[in-house]
Design a protein around this ligand. Structure first.
Ligand code: NDP
Length: 292
């Protein structure tokens, strides 16, 4: 039986509607509008697109957004001074630094400058450190990994005790997803470019989260029948039949995997939309920290 399709677009729409409703209620009750500031350094076109989508989503949810752009030549001090200014701005509840930063800037230094209570992207070293530690609670969790967990929770009656394989160990996706899965009491294996026998490891997985950035790398016969597959990958592949000349595919060969998995996220329309929905949720949470 083909897998059930995990519709990230629908789920994200619901989350965004819930956030918008709560924001409207807060404003009705006389509380200030939640605010998100974005910092974009340099002129990477994909980063510009992502930031634009984040502002649009804020607008639709009734969240105020403030966009700050700095040239790729900006110094470490200039970026951190901006972060510090936004830390002290009461209209700004959340600060998002669009990653990656241009070469030459110290990412950890910039992320560490964000006030913990405004770290809606969850990348402050203290929030990540707390995520990795037993009995500690991060104030915020990175948005894409948080979206993966919501999708898993909706599609698995129980994560506890399941074998989970995370393919990829980046700071942005793989590692925080793995940490969240450990917190949910899954037994987690993290694979990376030096792992051997990926098919053999992945065949043990009740849960597979693929975040490698390699188009359709995971084949259908690597997947355990009935597994829940979360495909984070967003890869452009040439396709002259499409108006833009390319199409988007995930890290999993969807056509093959859908015949084997129990549930699977499509690309596009899977994890992608969840990332922004989780960012709005975190911004609302930050507004609650600031204004009750
Ligand atoms: P990175 O390039 O930072 O990390 C890729 C990871 O995959 C690394 O850990 C790397 O291993 C591992 N890897 C690369 N090639 C192989 C291989 N052949 N076999 C096994 N492991 C391999 O990518 P990101 O984590 O930032 O992104 C991953 C994917 O997710 C991309 O397609 C990206 O576009 C997408 N993405 C989607 C988002 C969304 O909202 N849906 C948000 C963020 C990313 P090593 O550590 O050894 O180098």
């Amino acid at each position: 039986m083909p897998a059930s399709i995990i519709n990230g677009s629908e789920l994200a729409k619901q989350i965004r509607a819930d956030v918008a409703k709560e924001v409207a209620e807060r404003i009705q009750a006389g509380k200030p509008k939640p605010g998100l500031a974005t910092i974009l350094v340099g002129d990477d076109p994909a980063s510009h697109d992502y930031v634009r989508s984040k502002h649009k989503a804020c607008n639709e949810a009734g969240i105020e957004s403030f966009g700050y752009e700095l040239p790729a030549t900006a110094s470490q001090k200039e970026v951190q001074d901006l972060v510090k200014r936004l830390n002290d701005d009461p209209k700004v509840n959340g600060i998002l630094v669009q990653l990656p930063l241009p070469k030459g800037l110290d990412e950890e230094g910039v992320l560490s400058a964000i006030r913990l209570e405004k770290d809606v992207d969850g990348f402050h070293p203290i929030n990540i450190g707390r995520l990795a530690q037993k009995g500690r609670e991060p104030l915020f969790v990175p948005c894409t990994p948080a979206g993966c967990m919501v999708m898993l929770e909706k599609n698995l009656p129980k994560i506890e005790g399941k074998n989970a394989v995370v393919l990829g160990r980046s700071n942005i996706v793989g590692m925080p997803v793995a940490l969240l899965l450990v917190r949910a009491n899954a037994t987690v294996t993290i694979c990376h470019s030096k792992s051997t026998d990926l098919p053999g490891i992945i065949r043990q997985a009740d849960i597979l989260v693929a975040a490698v950035g390699r188009p359709e790398m995971v084949r259908g016969d690597w997947i355990k029948p009935g597994a829940v597959v979360i495909d984070v990958g967003i890869n452009h592949v040439d396709d002259p039949t499409r108006p833009r000349g390319y199409r988007l595919v995930g890290d999993v060969n969807y056509a093959e995997a859908v015949e084997v998995a129990g549930a699977i996220t499509p690309v596009p329309g899977g994890v992608g939309p969840m990332t922004i929905a989780m960012l709005l949720k975190s911004t609302l949470a930050a507004a609650k920290i600031a204004n009750g």
